[in-house]
Design a protein around this ligand. Structure first.
Ligand SMILES: Nc1ncnc2c1ncn2[C@@H]1O[C@H](COP(=O)(O)OP(=O)(O)OP(=O)(O)O)[C@@H](O)[C@H]1O
Length: 355
């Protein structure tokens, strides 16, 4: 049986940024293992500061790891960066196209920079404009295009040399819902029709849920859990019971959830003061009949109460221990690893610049 090798493999990837004299180093990655199957959409999901962009920068050769190894298409990112760059396209968080050039000129420029002849570059640019529904934008300056069109053009520009792996760093941040849906459709098409491997970083749970064949939740530079969204949800037993609390008082809520702990199969995962009480429960309809009276008799004011199948939000809460929205900021001083070895590479402003 012939097995396709993974598009990306990384072992114990670590990155420490030095931040200047007297300031503690930032441990952005703390030993990440990663296997991305070829031809799939892989989501790196985590709150701000989790280490998603750092991972992407290492895999795209824009930054070097402090320790650990990574290969893209079998090529080592440190030993063979040129070989890796030939295989990949990268769309960074910031816009990469020149706002003064037209859409077509930008694509021709991207193709020329990849070493294509002028005739081939023009041909490739026209094909990509058609493929991405950007024909009407061909002769318009990029600065005059909508945010959604500019983002699609950024993706098209990363594909001029027909890479086999495409990195998208938060591709829909700042887009309106319609443009976001169009971008999702584009990513799905690229993965299905062109058998492209797509590595997508996002802090939108819904985006990862809808797009990623597999995903990894990262928090503070470490893997929390990985797998398909469906598999991750199935690891949570039962349904989610959620009660929205009005002006929750932490002590009162703590007192109110105490009796809930006796309800069969119910596990309280979070209880105020973030505004909600969330519990996992086997028999939701039976449990809600006990939870509501318990809260009422404890004098807890609440709004909607709902029971639903597990979502990625619930997966995140279950494994990370807090809701995605309530992710605390990275605090290296609080981490025992914070005094670990520093990288010899100083943090430089050029890190993260688009290729
Ligand atoms: N060049 C740098 N110098 C110093 N610290 C950095 C540098 N780049 C990133 N960091 C820090 O490393 C940690 C991880 O950052 P990273 O950008 O990888 O996270 P992220 O998950 O991509 O977050 P975001 O969604 O905000 O982009 C953060 O604490 C960040 O402040």
């Amino acid at each position: 049986m012939i097995t396709t090798p993974p598009a990306i493999e990384a072992e114990r990837l670590a990155k420490t940024y030095r931040t200047g004299r007297g300031r503690p180093p930032v441990h952005a990655l703390r030993g990440l293992d990663l296997v991305v199957p070829a031809g799939r959409v892989y989501g790196l999901l985590g709150p701000n500061g989790a280490g998603k962009s750092t991972t992407t920068k290492i895999l795209t050769t824009l930054s070097t790891p402090t320790s650990g190894t990574a290969r893209v298409g079998g090529r080592d990112v440190v030993a063979d960066p040129a070989g890796v760059r030939a295989l990949i396209g990268y769309v960074s968080q910031g816009a990469s196209c020149d706002p003064l050039l037209t859409a077509e000129e930008n694509l021709v420029l991207a193709a020329r920079l990849r070493g294509m002849s002028s005739v081939d570059s023009r041909d490739r640019a026209r094909r990509l404009l058609a493929e991405f529904g950007l024909d009407d934008a061909a002769s318009r300056p990029v600065g005059k295009l909508s945010g959604g069109m500019r983002r699609r053009l950024d993706v098209a520009a990363a594909l001029t040399h027909r890479p086999s792996v495409l990195f998208l760093d938060e591709p829909t941040t700042g887009l309106d819902p319609e443009s976001r849906a169009a971008m999702w459709a584009e990513i799905r098409r690229l993965s299905a029709e062109d058998a492209l491997t797509v590595v997508l970083t996002t802090h939108y749970l819904e985006e990862a849920d809808r797009l990623a064949d597999e995903l990894m939740i990262i928090d503070r530079g470490r893997e929390v859990v990985s797998g398909s969204a469906a598999a991750l949800k199935s690891t949570l037993n039962g349904d989610t019971l959620r009660v929205e609390l009005f002006e929750p008082d932490a002590d009162a809520v703590r007192a109110a959830v105490e009796p809930l702990r006796g309800i069969r199969g119910l596990v309280v995962e979070v209880a105020g003061p973030t505004g909600a009480l969330v519990a996992r429960v086997e028999d939701a309809s039976a449990a809600i009949g006990s939870v509501i009276p318990a809260l009422t008799s404890a004098g807890i004011a609440f709004g909607a109460a709902s029971v639903s199948a597990p979502t990625l939000d619930d997966v995140y809460l279950h494994y990370v221990g807090h809701t995605f929205a309530a992710a605390p900021p990275t605090d290296d001083s609080a981490d025992p690893d914070a005094s670990g070895p520093e990288t010899s590479e100083p943090a430089s402003p050029s890190e993260g610049a688009a290729a």
